[in-house]
Each structure stands twice: as structure tokens, then as C-alpha cells.
Ligand binder design. Structure first.
Ligand code: PLP
Length: 395
């Protein structure tokens, strides 16, 4: 079969490959705990399900406008104004199939061959592939967790089209303050050809009272060249409903709508009704879920710090622990095999602990592994005990 060069070079999302591997092992009878995913083990709020039920009973369940139903777009505009101080018109927002499609549309609408996109490392692995798929070149900027103005300045070239900024950061849990964003904005003002893609998907998952900030409000003069990306997946545990949304300039959004009109058309009409209920309805689940995740974070910190060879800092946001496994790289398994890198460590934790983790190599910073702690307390307890037992077997 002939495969296009664009697809031949594309990597499948590591999280989905790990999830598939876990499913296969489970169906072969192994007891496997999946901590590599980006999902929260919480239910969709009931009022959201009821709104979806009503929408599903409409006759017909028709298409909406490609860029989303007028009422969901209105709810998104209100959300941006209320929570982020971002004021945008009806034609400056778009509703997509997940925030991933917002970014896909944004890149497809703007990238030409040779264009560069700055991606701070460590990163969510899909950024690199989305950029490459659109025909651009990802330029990875090394960071100590968060991009500094100096590192940004060094990474910018005349070919730079976008900076992708993820806040809070998957996988390290770093949270940029408004002041840190303002310092990055100072650099961007000197380079008017660079646009900013602000991936705010984990906005509501910040700990210890840390304040969330986003570029379009930290530097309002840059709003015209910022695409603010968000969605309901992580805020409301609605990963599978596939609704993301974005706000940007009228011209950018119009071109993104063109991309979507010839690919998926509108996001699911039923899911749009659900997302509207989530955005407009009671927000209490956000704080309930955050309270559970705060407890889980404490549990992970305590457990990991007791495990020889592992170390971690407390994440300030997201539901991931990015665990350094540098201290395991000299060790040997009972069979005498050495652990050379974080892929070996992940393999070992799966073989000996029955726990799937995401190797740092897939996030652009090694030797680490990422674990998701937005799971049921009993699952997390069991996973931590199994990781602890596996690590203790190393010599
Ligand atoms: N951005 C980040 C940083 C993510 O971790 C994810 C998913 O895990 C996404 C975007 C995509 O999420 P969705 O398409 O469900 O909105």
C-alpha cells in the first residue's frame, strides 16, 4: 500500500499505544493498572448527562454550524470573559472535537513548509506530531520545567510561526504565573511574527492556591496573535465527549473553520449540548475533583519519596507526577538485566509491578516517568504498593 510521506513520518500517540498494550495484557489475563493515560477516573456530572440525553432525543439530531452551535459559542464567550478576562466576539471562537483539534486546525491553517514552532520541553508528545503533520518543524526549547525569556529569545528565528505554551504543564505540573507570562510577552513583543498557542486544558487543576494565568489576559496587547485553547476534558472529566474550544483573531478562526469544514465538520451535536451544560451549570464538581486530586498528590509524594532511586517535586498543577528514576539506572533486575533508560524502567514496572507508566522519553525529558494520580484511591494505593515492591526487588 502507498503511504503518504506525511503519514509515514507520523508517530501514533504514545498514551494510546500504552493503553492498547494494557488492554491486550488484561485480555490475556494479567492484572494491569494503567497510570499512563491522560484521563480522570471521575464521573461526568449528572446535569451534563441529562442535557446530553435531552439533546439526543431531538428530532432530528442535526448538524450545527461547523464552528459550533450559537448557544455553546455564547457559553464559551461567557466562560472566557468570566474566568479569564478574555473578551471575544461570536466569530472569534470555535468549537472542535477536543482541544487537540483546536490545535490541529490552528496549525493546519497557518503552517507552511519550513515554518518553525517552538515547543518547550518536557512537553505533551502530541505537539511535535501535530506540528510535523501540518508540515512545520518543531523546535524543542529545553527548560527546567518552565520556559524562560532567555530560552525563548534564543529559540526564535525568522521562520518561527508559533510558540506553544502549555499551562499548567503536562507532564511536570509546572504553573506559569501572570508575571512569568508577562516576561515571556516582553520577548514576544520584539518578534511580531510569532503567534502564541496557549494550551490551558489543565486550567482548573492547580494546587496550594496557585493562581492560573493565560497569555491573552496577562498580555492583552498580544491577544490578537494568541490562540487560547481549552476544553471540557480535564475540567469536567469529559474526555470521551470530545469537546474543545478556542479563541483567537477573526481571521485565524475563519481559516480554522475552513479546515474543520473539510475534515470533521461540527463536533458532535449531543456533546456540544453536554459541554454547554458543563460550562453554564454548577461548577462544584471542579472543586470536588480537585480535593480528591490534592489528596492523591500527597499520597504519591509521600510514597515516591520513600522509594529508593526515585525522586519527585510536588506538581503545582495537572494530575501528573513526573518522577525522576535517575537513581535506578545503575540497578539490575533479579535476572541480572541493567536498566539503561526510562523506557527500560517503564518496561520493568510493567513486567514486575503490573503498572503502566509513561516513559519520560515520550515527553522530551529523561530519565523520568509520568504517572497519572487522578484515579480511584484504591487503584492508586495498589499501584504505588506494586511500584514500591518492584523497585525494592532491584539490586
Ligand atoms: N493538551 C494537553 C496538554 C493534553 O494533555 C491533552 C490530553 O491529554 C490535550 C491537550 C488534548 O485533550 P482533548 O483533545 O481531550 O481536549
Amino acid at each position: 500500500m502507498h503511504v503518504s510521506p506525511r503519514i509515514a513520518a507520523l508517530k501514533t500517540s504514545p498514551a494510546s499505544l500504552l493503553a492498547k498494550q494494557a488492554r491486550e495484557l488484561r485480555s490475556a489475563g494479567r492484572d494491569i493498572i494503567l497510570l499512563s493515560s491522560g484521563e480522570l477516573d471521575f464521573p461526568t456530572p449528572l446535569h451534563v448527562i441529562e442535557a446530553a440525553d435531552r439533546a439526543a432525543r431531538a428530532v432530528p439530531v442535526g448538524y450545527t454550524d461547523v464552528d459550533g452551535s450559537a448557544s455553546l459559542k455564547e457559553a464559551v464567550r461567557e466562560k472566557f470573559a468570566r474566568e479569564n478576562g478574555i473578551i471575544c466576539g461570536q466569530d472569534e471562537v470555535i468549537i472542535c472535537n477536543g482541544s487537540k483539534q483546536v490545535m490541529f486546525n490552528g496549525l493546519m491553517a497557518t503552517i507552511a513548509a519550513g515554518d518553525e514552532v517552538i515547543v518547550p520541553a518536557p512537553y505533551w508528545a502530541s505537539y511535535l506530531e501535530l506540528v510535523a503533520f501540518a508540515g512545520g518543524t518543531p523546535v524543542v526549547a529545553e527548560t527546567n520545567g518552565k520556559l524562560t525569556p532567555d530560552a525563548l529569545e534564543k529559540a526564535i528565528t525568522p521562520q518561527t510561526r508559533w510558540l506553544i505554551l502549555n499551562n499548567p504543564v503536562n507532564p511536570t505540573g509546572g504553573v506559569y504565573s501572570a508575571r512569568e507570562l508577562a516576561a515571556l510577552a516582553d520577548v514576544l513583543r520584539r518578534h511580531p511574527h510569532v503567534m502564541v498557542m496557549s494550551d490551558d486544558l489543565y486550567e482548573h487543576i492547580v494546587f496550594d492556591g496557585a493562581a492560573f494565568a493565560t497569555m491573552a489576559s496577562a498580555a492583552p496587547d498580544l491577544a490578537e496573535r494568541t490562540l487560547t485553547v481549552n476544553g471540557v476534558s480535564k475540567a469536567y472529566a469529559m474526555m470521551g465527549w470530545r469537546i474543545g474550544y478556542g479563541a483567537g483573531s477573526r481571521a485565524l478562526i475563519a481559516n480554522m473553520v475552513k479546515v474543520q469544514s473539510q475534515s470533521t465538520s461540527n463536533a458532535s451535536t449531543v456533546s456540544q449540548a453536554a459541554a454547554e451544560a458543563a460550562l453554564r451549570g454548577p461548577q462544584i464538581e471542579i472543586s470536588h475533583n480537585l480535593a480528591s486530586m490534592t489528596q492523591a498528590r500527597g499520597k504519591v509524594l509521600e510514597a515516591v519519596r520513600m522509594m529508593p532511586g526515585l525522586a519527585m517535586e510536588a506538581p503545582m498543577g495537572t494530575f501528573y507526577a513526573y518522577v525522576s528514576c535517575a537513581g535506578l539506572l545503575e540497578s539490575r533486575t533479579a535476572e541480572g538485566n541493567g536498566l539503561r533508560d526510562d523506557r527500560d524502567v517503564a518496561r520493568f514496572l510493567l513486567d514486575e509491578g503490573g503498572v503502566v507508566v509513561m516513559p519520560g522519553a515520550d515527553c522530551g525529558l529523561s530519565p523520568y516517568f509520568r504517572i497519572n494520580f487522578a484515579c480511584l484511591p484504591e487503584t492508586l494505593d495498589r499501584a504505588l504498593a506494586q511500584i514500591g515492591r518492584a523497585v525494592a526487588m532491584l539490586a
